[in-house]
Design a protein around this ligand. Structure first.
Ligand code: SF4
Ligand code: SF4
Ligand code: ZN
Length: 269
């Protein structure tokens, strides 16, 4: 087991007590951060060509329509809260505006997010969801609510989700992007060719991510209950308001201190 005086698991070189001290040792959330760290090492050790377009400051893909898991959102939320409640509320309000915009402009998609999927046939739902998402353009007309409007940088960069760490600068042969050789973005039009210049993030990383989420959401539900970042904000607001809590409370605070293997699956809806 790691002590507070040992080097932090994130690889910063700092002591744990001066770095990720807020993350409990051997907890589920620590497992997520270890996974993030492994990805960062893969990228750090890869020799990218100088002209590779994925560079700090490039943020066009922050307009993409993509979903993240609940555990990743919990990490984002904790990161925001460390920047203060005013800031957290501000981001919540931006995200809620985007939800209102979507409700007006794409009610079919918005109403799908709002649906309670409890008890539904997993396979049927899964294919329905794929069709619904694949029918949509790859880009939204608004950016991720976590992008800083002035600097255009990510406000939770160190705690950003898995996909934000891997999109464009890594490849995985099982993704639709690779299989269909679809453009990754306006700068990377050939996803297969991009694989010649980027490191592979193997399936095991994706599997590990899902394993972690299975524990809070159950096996089937963890696949279905992935939402765009802006909608997670809405879901947290609704759920917390129902129980008279501030909109930004964690829905699974146990994640931050419970030891791996100690949590029973819970139902978030
Ligand atoms: S994936 Fe494309 S848009 Fe995103 S950072 Fe890389 S080059 Fe920029
Ligand atoms: S979390 Fe950060 S990197 Fe990811 S889409 Fe949002 S602003 Fe962009
Ligand atoms: Zn650390």
């Amino acid at each position: 087991m790691m002590g507070r005086n040992d080097n932090c698991f994130c690889g910063s070189g700092k002591k744990r007590k001066k770095c990720h001290s807020y993350i409990s040792e051997d907890s589920y959330i620590e497992s997520l951060y270890k996974l993030y760290h492994e990805i960062e090492i893969i990228k750090r050790d890869h020799q990218y060509p100088l002209e590779h377009p994925c560079k700090k400051g490039c943020h066009e893909c922050c307009y993409d329509f993509f979903s993240i898991t609940m555990l990743e959102f919990e990490a984002v939320l904790a990161s925001l809260k460390r920047n203060g409640m005013n800031y957290t509320r501000e981001i919540f309000n931006i995200a809620l505006e985007y939800n209102a915009f979507l409700e007006k402009n794409d009610p079919e998609l918005y109403n799908y997010f709002e649906r309670d999927l409890t008890g539904n046939d997993f396979e049927e739902e899964f294919y329905f969801q794929r069709r619904l998402y694949n029918d949509r353009p790859a880009r939204l007309s608004f950016p991720c609510p976590l992008i800083n409007k002035e600097s255009k940088s990510c406000s939770v960069y160190e705690d950003r989700p898995f996909i934000c760490r891997t999109h464009g600068n890594t490849f995985n042969t099982s993704t639709n992007l690779y299989k269909n050789n679809s453009p990754t973005c306006e700068y990377i039009v050939d996803s297969r060719d991009n694989a010649n210049y980027t490191p592979e993030v193997k399936d095991e990383f994706y599997t590990k991510m899902m394993e972690l989420n299975k524990l809070v959401q159950g096996e089937m539900r963890s696949f279905l209950l992935q939402y765009p970042i802006f909608y997670w904000f809405k879901l947290y607001k609704d759920k917390n308001e129902k129980y008279n809590r501030d909109m930004y409370e964690s829905l699974v605070p146990a994640y931050f201190y419970k030891k791996v293997d100690s949590l029973q699956p819970i139902d978030i809806r």
